[in-house]
Ligand binder design. Structure first.
Ligand code: OSB
Ligand code: MG
Length: 357
């Protein structure tokens, strides 16, 4: 285990706060000549969900790490760890470590293990909040770089200003907004005023645990609803889709406890006529590579938040960052997640490390 701290190129502001650095809990599993890696998507504070780096490390060390001693398949680890309640991000860190291990054992790139690979991911951008005279040039620059969809963060009180300004300046771009759960059902009139801006979807308007009110909101506004924070399992996804709370799902393997559950949700959503895309949590090159592999799956039908590494960091802990060409990123060709670790930089940015198995 290593806790690495990498400065973000620019601060990232959402309705729950501003991030200046990515403090990532990373894992390396070594057996013979194989080195498998993973990254936990938690951060220093429980602002996106209840987990943070400390709770994740605690749960991993105390309750989960022994379950990977015999190198189970990811699906078996998911079964074993089910009796530990919640803590999906902690579980996902080990589940993904096992996926990388299995792919490296076979000597194949991770995305090929999922079946149905398109060979590339379609890429959109998530733009943080800032004064509107900074957000407009950020959108412009993203369009010039070839991003296929622009998502902007909004918060209560600024939604109309942000969306109307961007829509007026760019009348026909694929545009969405992410509220990170800052509204209540009683704000439906405020959200209804966004109907005329033809957003692809409004992401996570209401509380994380509120499928019921999302299904009510969906009937009150014309903009489709995409759920992120709320979708913590296959069953939650089924409930959201059955009740009409969402018809778009942001798939984050960390939030769902791993890639196995993510693939199940992707299949379910598409069978039920909904749309899916792969999100991000400001991951370093390690976590990013898992996301790009998953986003390359043919069933993923909307562009995701898997930007190239240089959107986030001046220098990342990998030597082979992703390049975006025409709004597309290809998964690495090496075995597993295919990242080459920048050992020197990783060492320099390590704040804490320990052998935990
Ligand atoms: O809600 O999708 C989100 C980042 C951190 C936590 C939550 C979210 C995000 C993003 C950025 O939107 C996605 C990315 O570029 O990694
Ligand atoms: Mg989101």
């Amino acid at each position: 285990m290593r806790l690495v701290e990498i400065p973000l190129l620019s601060p990232f502001t959402t309705s729950f706060g501003t991030e200046h650095t990515r403090t990532a809990l990373t894992f390396e599993y070594i057996r013979d000549s194989i080195h498998a890696f993973s990254e936990c998507v938690t951060s220093t504070a429980p602002l996106y969900s209840y987990e943070d780096n400390s709770t994740a490390l605690h749960v991993i060390k105390r309750h989960l790490v022994d379950m990977i001693k015999d190198e189970p398949f990811p699906a078996d680890f998911v079964e074993r760890s089910r009796r530990i309640k919640g803590h999906n991000m902690a579980k996902a860190a080990l589940e993904m470590l096992l996926w990388d291990l299995k792919a490296k054992e076979k000597g194949v790139p991770l995305h090929t293990l999922f079946g149905n690979s398109r060979g590339f991911a379609e890429v959109g951008i998530s733009i943080g909040m800032a004064p509107i005279n900074e957000m407009i040039p950020n959108v412009e620059a993203a369009l010039q770089r070839g991003y296929k969809r622009i998502k902007v963060k909004i918060e209560k009180g600024r939604e109309y200003e942000i969306i109307s300004s961007i829509r007026n300046r760019f009348p026909s771009i694929p545009l969405s907004a992410d509220a990170n759960s800052c509204y209540r059902l009683s704000d439906s009139d405020t959200l209804k005023r966004l109907d005329k801006f033809d957003l692809l979807y409004l992401e996570q308007p209401l509380q994380e645990d509120d499928i019921l009110d999302h299904s009510r909101l969906a009937k009150l506004i014309a903009t489709p609803i995409c759920l992120d924070e709320s979708i913590t399992s296959f069953e939650r996804a089924r409930q959201a889709l059955e009740t009409g709370a969402a018809n778009v799902i942001n798939i984050k393997p960390g939030r769902l406890g791993g890639l196995h559950e993510s693939l199940r949700v992707i299949r379910l959503a598409r069978e039920m006529g909904a749309h899916v895309w792969v999100g991000g949590m400001l991951e370093t090159g390690i976590g990013r590579s898992f996301n790009v592999s998953l986003a390359s799956n043919n069933l993923v039908d909307y562009p995701g938040d898997t930007s190239p590494n240089d959107k986030y960091f001046e220098r990342d802990i990998v030597l082979n960052p992703f390049k975006m060409v025409n709004g597309e990123i290809k998964p690495n060709t090496g075995p597993g997640i295919g990242v080459e670790i920048d050992r020197e930089f990783m060492e320099e940015r390590t704040r804490k490390s320990a052998k935990i198995l």
